[in-house]
Design a protein around this ligand. Structure first.
Ligand code: C2E
Ligand code: MG
Ligand code: MG
Ligand code: MG
Length: 281
């Protein structure tokens, strides 16, 4: 199309392409150095249990403090990390960081059996060394395996299904909890639900958004929660922003909630302050 529109248009197009390629390359170079330069951090978003309103755990969310571009959200660099394979060392860093942070909170606040959720890319789950890496982190930090939740998306196992299934079974056999993230946005949800050893469904926030103030029975969420219960899975609703959504989710039997209504993702200092506040006698 650019070519048909004449030389001028073509040139603009190729200049754009050039800029994009250059940005990508510089981002990739930066990404390669980011671990050794200690530029990644994890933020932790609280997850609450609806049954007793207790703090249940946290989801670890990666951020990149880029030397020139500032604080970058995962959408800016995780896709590139996945393409380049850099997600393997980055993902390993996330697992270790999250386990060490949880170890510290378990030591400081032994009363609470908090869990931590770590997001995994498909590439990590296709790597045969993943179970050993995860188990090494648990062993080193002495975290009970059931306190580590691994989140994956519905596209997990699309490539190398047998390898991925074996990996998931190994992790599950150790007591680690497996969670299907952004549930309902993938295209093969039901097939994977019955084929993979999943413990928890995280309902994508686009469905939570459908719960409006006036709607009495949010049908899609109702159906997802029923499906989960029928399969003996626990359900987390993500992206909860309004109190009426909490009311409805509770009525529908949703187990856990996470979202800006409760808390934004927190720094480790903020998490420690929150835990201290909860646990002061
Ligand atoms: P996700 O796993 O579905 O994480 C939830 C995202 O929704 C987070 O965005 C979180 O900040 C945001 N969120 C939480 N509550 C609300 C709310 O009430 N309203 C709205 N509008 N948004 C809310 P974030 O931190 O930008 O992460 C985006 C995605 O990046 C994550 O989606 C996850 O897929 C991926 N990601 C994050 N950390 C990692 C990581 O360490 N490794 C990998 N592989 N992926 C990661
Ligand atoms: Mg997640
Ligand atoms: Mg999610
Ligand atoms: Mg998401």
């Amino acid at each position: 199309r650019a070519k048909l529109a004449g030389g001028n248009r073509y040139q603009v197009f190729s200049e754009d392409m050039h800029l994009m390629a250059r940005d990508r390359l510089s981002l990739e170079i930066g990404l390669r150095q980011a671990i050794e330069r200690d530029e990644f951090t994890l933020l932790y978003q609280p997850i609450y249990r609806l049954r007793d309103n207790a703090l249940y755990g946290f989801e670890a969310l990666i951020r990149w403090q880029h030397p020139t571009q500032g604080f970058l959200l995962p959408d800016r660099f995780i896709p590139l990390a996945e393409e380049t394979g850099l997600i393997l060392p980055i993902g390993d860093w996330v697992i270790w960081r999250a386990c060490r942070d949880l170890q510290y909170w378990h030591e400081q606040f032994p009363q609470c059996q908090l869990s931590v959720n770590v997001n995994l890319s498909n590439r990590q789950l296709m790597h045969p060394a993943l179970p050993e890496q995860v188990l090494a982190a648990l062993e080193q930090t002495q975290i009970p395996p059931h306190c580590l939740h691994l989140e994956m998306t519905e596209s997990v196992g699309i490539d190398q299904p047998d390898q991925v299934r074996e990996t998931l079974c190994k992790l599950k056999a150790q007591g680690i909890k497996l969670s299907l993230d952004d549930f309902g946005t993938g295209y093969s949800s039901l097939r994977y639900l019955t084929h993979l050893p999943i413990d928890i469904l995280k309902v994508d926030r686009s469905f939570v958004k459908l719960i409006t103030e006036t709607e009495q029975r949010p049908l899609v969420i109702d159906a997802i929660v029923s499906l989960a219960k029928g399969l003996a899975l626990e359900v987390v609703a993500e992206g909860v922003e309004h109190p009426y959504q909490v009311t409805r989710l509770r009525e529908l039997g949703c187990d856990y909630v996470q979202g800006y209504y409760f808390s934004r993702p927190l720094t480790t200092e903020q998490v420690s302050a929150l835990l201290a506040q909860i646990h002061t006698p």
